[in-house]
Design a protein around this ligand. Sequence first.
Ligand SMILES: [Zn+2]
Length: 115
Amino acid sequence: MSFFDKVKQGATDAAKKAQQTVELTKLKAQVSSKEKEIEKFYNLIGESVYGAYMSGDIARAGEIVERFSLGIDAVKQEIAVLDQKIIELRNEKECVCGKVVVADTKFCSACGHQF
Ligand SMILES: [Zn+2]
């Protein structure tokens, strides 16, 4: 590779790295707004349980709690998808044990799992 090719390659790598940083920041912002959605669901669950208690029929809260819990499940799945994208973007992978390692790792340092 000639000197100028190396310079060009360096510039391309730097541009890629910058693009990656932008992507990561965007994904992390999405994750934190999803986490806020979950917080809202928790608040709604608390309010509905208390509302049912105040009305003298706590059992009424069950259906509402279930509906909001399904909402939380859905948002958590969306977060899992975003987390997966973040891992891939960082050139990492997740072991079956949950440990995140560099993509070309052959064995997990936590549980010994072979990839
Ligand atoms: Zn592992």
